[in-house]
Structures are given as structure tokens and as C-alpha cells.
Design a protein around this ligand. Structure first.
Ligand code: NAP
Ligand code: G4F
Length: 333
């Protein structure tokens, strides 16, 4: 039986049309939440990306730069939980628009936290922080006490948003938490990110639609997990007694070389026949090893990843083969 609005917990999500927005909405719907996405009117078309759950979530049109619009949304919807996920999340793009990145990432967090404080509800707030905030690390793995040394405008904006959230928690006793998440992937990852670029190209090679994969630095390393697991950690953070920040990652470091080799292996292909290194795709300062020490999340949240690196890539490769066969995805040029 459907619960009425007054019985159901309400969650507001910014960035609902992104990868994590999908998996988080799916999780919250399965738990009986009323799920509302705060979506700028000009991005309405992105709601189609929610596919099978698009008609089970509500969309509230509002610009994330509009403080009074966000205040009105919080006043009207009276959320139990807010998940602030919106961001231009492709790191290299933040160099093209550092101020726009800052305004969206830091500004949205600041405006939403101010709205929660002004409305005076007991709303619980989740901030989507990133392992990129650790940047030029002097220790690996990183935990909740590792200092932030951001190395790009995206990471700097995330640090600012993180501290804004901490200040609101300390000064106004808001229930606000930051999940410092390492890379997490899925078949919904856009193809400009390296995992999906690789799995989509592997699928295309397998089907004879491509014959090469140009790639950047094979020695770059990341802690890659599954988006479905990481959104579970977001939700668990907001169900605790006390608001605290958590590092969320698998604790395993893999190189892009491992990623490529594993993805090709999933399609029974030998990667060395197809991969060519393109130095134009290299990023500066890629020798830092961002890998999580997720013990606090294991202990306090009972959180554990459910998919291994190999299982995650297998899932992505299979889905991309299926999509290319059915014509439901276009290959990027
Ligand atoms: P994503 O797939 O890139 O989704 C980003 C979301 O933000 C989309 O809904 C997008 O809308 C929205 N957005 C982008 N620019 C916007 C703007 N100017 N105004 C309003 N909305 C805008 O990102 P994700 O992978 O789901 O990540 C979710 C959050 O976690 C992001 O804040 C990201 O920085 C952070 N994070 C991600 C990872 C990861 O590995 N995935 C790791 C650490 C932290 P459209 O759909 O219309 O483009
Ligand atoms: O997939 P990526 O572009 O993700 P990146 O930059 O690590 O950022 C993602 O994870 C962050 C969490 O740590 C999030 F905050 C952020 O929003 C985003 O979700 O690149 C991963 C690695 C990098 O080392 C990159 O240099 O892959 C390397 N790489 C090598 N060749 C490549 C390529 N990356 C891309 N995108 N394309 C390549 O051809």
C-alpha cells in the first residue's frame, strides 16, 4: 500500500539526474521515501536519464544559484534529508570555468545549509565531498584526519563546500555530514570518465565497431568502487546518532593499466593489440596515490563494498555490449 506524503520521509536531491542521483533515488524509493529532485528548468531534459524511475520521483524546478528559490523549496517540501550531489564533476573541465565551478559547488551547499537553518527543521544534510580534496597527499591511504591539499579548481571548490558544511554543523548544530568519496563507477558513468571510456570502447572493439583505444597515463592510479555501494554509504551516514564525516572507498589501488587489462579480459580480448597511449590525455602531477582507509565507515556504518574491481568492470562491459547491440547508445567520436 502507498504511504501518504505525511507518513513518508522526504529526501531532496540536487544532481538527481547524474550517476549517483540515479542509484541514490533507487535506494531511497526502495526504502519508501518521497524523492524530490531540485532541477534547474533548463536541465529538465536530463530527467530522461532517470529511465525506469523517472516517473517515481518528483521534480522541483529551481536554479541552484537562487537562494530564495532554494529557501522556498525547503519551506514547502520540509525535507527529512537533503543530498547535495550537483556538480560539474569532470575534473579537467573545472580549469575552463573555475568561478562557475566554485559558485555551483560551494554556493549550492552554502545556500542549502542557510535554508535549512532559516526554516529551522531537523533536516539532515549530506555533502558530496571528494577524494580529490586530498590532492597532493603525503600519506596513503587517506582517512578522515588526512589534510586537504587540493590541486585543481574542482577540488578547491569541494574543500570550500566541505568546510562550509563543517562550520554550519559546529555553529548551528545542524545534522550535516560529508562523504569523502573515492572514484565510483557504473554503467551510468558518462563516457568522458576513464572507466566508461574503456568499457564502451572494449564493447565497440568486441563488436567490430572500433579498432583502437587511445588512452592517457597508464600508470595513474585510483581507488575505483561501485556507485551502488557508495550511495548506500551516503544514506547510512544520515541514519547515525551523531553527524560525522566519512572516507568512502574500497581501500584498493589500481592503475589505469590494470583497468584496461581487466576490461579487455572481460571481453576475451588482448588489450596490448588495441591500446595506444596519447600523451595529450596526460594530466600534470599524477604520481599521488589516492586510496581510502575506510575503516571508520566499516566500523561505524557497517558499510562494505559488494562488488570487486573485476566484477564492476565485467558489469560495465556487459552492459555496453548489450547497449551497442540494441542501438541504445551512441559511440562518441
Ligand atoms: P555526475 O554524474 O556528473 O552528475 C552531476 C549532476 O550535477 C547531474 O545531475 C548534473 O545535471 C548536475 N549538474 C552539473 N552541473 C550543474 C549545474 N550547473 N546546475 C545544476 N546541476 C548541475 O556526478 P556523480 O558521479 O553522480 O557525482 C555526484 C556528486 O559526487 C558530484 O558532486 C561529484 O562531484 C561527487 N563525487 C563523485 C565521485 C565519483 O567518482 N562519481 C567521487 C567523489 C565525489 P545534468 O544531468 O543536467 O548534467
Ligand atoms: O575517470 P577520471 O576522469 O576521474 P577523476 O579525475 O579521478 O575524477 C572522478 O573521481 C573523483 C574522486 O576522486 C571525483 F571527485 C570526480 O568528480 C570524478 O568523479 O580519471 C581517472 C584517472 C585519472 O588519473 C586520469 O588521468 O584516469 C586517468 N586517465 C588516463 N587516461 C584518464 C584517461 N582519464 C580520462 N578521463 N580519460 C583518459 O583517457
Amino acid at each position: 500500500m502507498e504511504q501518504s506524503h505525511s507518513e513518508r520521509r522526504t529526501a531532496l536531491i540536487t544532481g538527481i539526474t547524474g550517476q549517483d542521483g540515479y542509484y541514490l533515488s533507487q535506494l531511497l524509493l526502495s526504502k519508501g521515501y518521497r524523492v524530490v529532485g531540485l532541477v534547474p528548468p533548463e536541465r529538465r531534459a536530463s530527467v530522461a536519464k532517470l529511465g525506469d524511475i523517472a516517473d517515481r520521483v518528483e521534480i522541483y524546478p529551481v536554479h541552484l544559484t537562487d537562494a530564495s528559490g532554494l529557501l522556498a523549496a525547503v519551506e514547502q517540501l520540509r525535507p527529512d534529508e537533503i543530498y547535495n550531489l550537483a556538480a560539474p564533476s569532470f575534473v579537467p573541465s573545472s580549469w575552463d570555468d573555475p568561478l562557475g565551478t566554485l559558485d555551483l559547488v560551494t554556493g549550492t551547499a552554502t545556500r542549502l545549509l542557510a535554508a535549512v537553518r532559516q526554516v529551522g527543521l531537523k533536516t539532515r544534510f549530506y555533502q558530496a565531498s571528494s577524494s580529490e580534496m586530498f590532492g597532493a597527499v603525503d600519506r596513503s591511504p587517506q582517512d578522515e584526519n588526512t589534510p586537504f591539499r587540493p590541486m585543481n579548481p574542482y577540488a578547491a571548490a569541494k574543500v570550500h563546500a566541505h568546510w562550509t558544511m563543517v562550520h554550519h554543523r559546529q555553529r548551528y548544530s545542524l545534522f550535516a555530514c560529508s562523504g569523502i568519496l573515492y572514484n565510483h563507477e557504473s554503467p551510468l558513468r558518462p563516457p568522458n570518465f576513464v572507466t566508461r571510456k574503456v568499457t564502451l570502447t572494449v564493447a565497440a572493439i568486441k563488436l567490430g565497431l572500433r579498432d583502437r583505444l587511445p588512452i592517457g597515463n597508464l600508470e595513474a592510479k585510483r581507488d575505483w568502487g561501485y556507485a551502488g555501494d557508495h550511495v548506500e554509504a551516503m544514506w547510512r551516514m544520515l541514519q547515525t546518532e551523531t553527524p560525522e564525516d566519512y572516507v568512502i572507498g574500497t581501500g584498493h589501488l589500481h592503475s589505469v593499466r590494470d583497468l584496461v587489462a581487466t576490461a579487455f579480459q572481460c571481453a576475451d580480448l588482448d588489450w596490448e593489440r588495441y591500446v595506444s597511449v596519447d600523451t595529450a590525455l596526460f594530466r600534470p602531477d599524477e604520481h599521488f596515490h589516492l586510496v581510502a582507509d575506510p575503516r571508520k565507515a566499516h566500523q561505524n556504518l557497517g558499510w562494505q563494498p559488494t562488488l570487486t574491481f573485476e566484477e564492476l568492470l565485467g558489469k560495465m562491459v556487459r552492459k555496453d555490449i548489450e547497449r551497442l547491440q540494441s542501438g541504445s547508445v551512441e559511440l562518441p567520436r
